[in-house]
Structures are given as structure tokens and as C-alpha cells.
Write a protein that binds this ligand. Structure first.
Ligand code: HEC
Length: 209
């Protein structure tokens, strides 16, 4: 074996290797194109990726809050509610907000965002793009909070902290068959039972008042 010109001594590429290489490249190109396409659709679509089922019953105050929320685009520049507004990604879609937060929390957040968040916010803190919100009249902010608190997600929807309430014989049979004993002896609680009894029961456990 001569060591002078190693470049001439590369082993020839076997046809099997070439096929694997070509298939890999095709796969990567297609995966890249599919991902790019999906990201494009996601960023340009004004519809949420998953269906959001919101349940609401507006009081007269909440109705006024809704008008304030949609008026002049000041909130909808960044937020979406009732499936309209801007899709800026997680945290800004307020459909289902009422299942996550209570009225008092939302009201406090609107007045004192960073104290209520217990940390820095992206947009709501002093000097930031949505800092103007906390200057609004207290009664207007309360009305908006009442509106947002009324936007409850149905259990099982993508924004709900409550799992689906439907009774599922399949899930029950799987639990009976495969779940460890500790699951059946009351060590853990079946969340679905709460949501069967009352739609709100599970939500209020996680909800920050
Ligand atoms: C410049 C963009 C912007 C504007 C305008 C804006 N927000 Fe926000 N809002 C955000 C962002 C981003 C968050 C996530 C928290 C953060 O980092 O600021 C948020 C968070 C919230 C939350 C808390 C959500 C949660 O559960 O954590 C509420 C409630 C809210 N906004 C209400 C409003 C209302 C009502 C208005 C109009 C009066 C408004 N926002 C205007 C960007 C904006």
C-alpha cells in the first residue's frame, strides 16, 4: 500500500451505499419541505391549529368588556378571543382563559401585570408595548376581566386543563387491566370523575383565583 497519494486510494462507493445516501437526502429534503410548509401555514393562518371549544355566558358587564376588548384593536393587536384577533402564539390566545384563571387574577394582572405574574412579562410590564393597558379605568379593566373570565374551555379542548369528561369504556377497561393496584385503591384521584360531575370542578382546582 502506497501512502503517497491517499486520495487515489479511496475505496469505491458501493451501489448500496449510494442508494442509502440518495434515499437519506430525498428524505431530508422532503422532511424539510414539509416542516417549512407547516410552519408557513401556522404563521400565516389566523385559525388556531387545534379546535378550541369555548363555552361562555356573558353578563352585561362581560358584554361591555367584550366591546372594550375588541375596540380599536388595542388588545387584538396581540391577542385573540372568540377565535378573532391575532394569533401570536402560546399565552396570547385568550380563548379558554376563564378555565385557567379567575376573574380576580385577570383583573389584578391587567392593573399590575408583573406583580401578578410574579416575574417579568414580555409585553405587559411598565414601559413595554402593552403597558398602556394598566392605565385604563379600573371599571373598564374589571369589565374586560369579566369578559375574559367568562371564556371557559370545554373539558378536553386544547386549552382546557380538564381532561375529556366523556365516559370511556375503553379507558376504563385498560385501567382495570393494566393499571397498578395503587391506582385502584384510591391513592390517585380519577380526574374524569370530577369533570363528569361538574364541568368546573376540575378547572377550579388548577385555576388561580
Ligand atoms: C403588544 C402586545 C399586547 C397587547 C397590545 C396586549 N397584550 Fe395581553 N399579553 C401579551 C403577551 C405577550 C402576554 C403574555 C404575558 C407577557 O409576557 O406579557 C399577555 C398576557 C395577557 C394576559 C394574561 C394571560 C395569562 O393567563 O397568562 C391577559 C389577561 C391579557 N394579556 C389581556 C390583555 C388585554 C385585555 C389587552 C388589551 C387591553 C392586552 N392584553 C393587550 C401581549 C399583549
Amino acid at each position: 500500500m502506497s501512502r503517497q497519494s491517499p486520495s487515489n486510494h479511496k475505496p469505491p462507493v458501493k451501489s448500496g451505499e449510494r442508494i442509502i445516501f440518495i434515499v437519506t437526502i430525498i428524505f431530508l429534503v422532503l422532511a424539510g419541505a414539509a416542516f417549512g410548509g407547516m410552519e408557513y401555514v401556522r404563521h400565516h393562518s389566523d385559525k388556531p391549529m387545534f379546535s378550541i371549544t369555548t363555552d361562555y355566558q356573558f353578563s352585561p358587564e362581560a358584554k361591555r368588556g367584550m366591546q372594550l376588548f375588541f375596540r380599536g384593536g388595542s388588545c387584538t393587536d396581540c391577542h385573540r378571543a372568540l377565535n378573532s384577533g391575532t394569533n401570536m402564539g402560546p399565552g396570547t390566545d385568550l380563548d379558554g382563559e376563564g378555565s385557567k384563571r379567575g376573574l380576580t387574577w385577570i383583573y389584578n394582572f391587567l392593573r399590575m401585570p408583573e406583580q401578578t405574574y410574579n416575574g417579568e412579562t414580555l409585553d405587559h410590564g411598565p414601559g413595554k408595548a402593552a403597558a398602556f393597558v394598566s392605565d385604563w379605568k379600573a371599571e373598564d379593566l374589571h369589565a374586560i376581566a369579566a369578559f375574559l373570565a367568562a371564556l371557559e374551555a370545554k373539558s378536553g379542548s386544547s386549552v382546557s386543563p380538564v381532561p375529556p369528561s366523556e365516559v370511556s369504556p375503553f379507558v376504563d377497561s385498560m385501567v382495570r387491566k393494566f393499571a397498578p393496584e395503587s391506582w385502584k385503591t384510591g391513592k390517585f384521584k380519577d380526574m374524569r370523575k370530577d369533570s363528569r360531575v361538574s364541568k368546573k370542578a376540575g378547572a377550579s382546582q388548577e385555576k388561580q383565583q
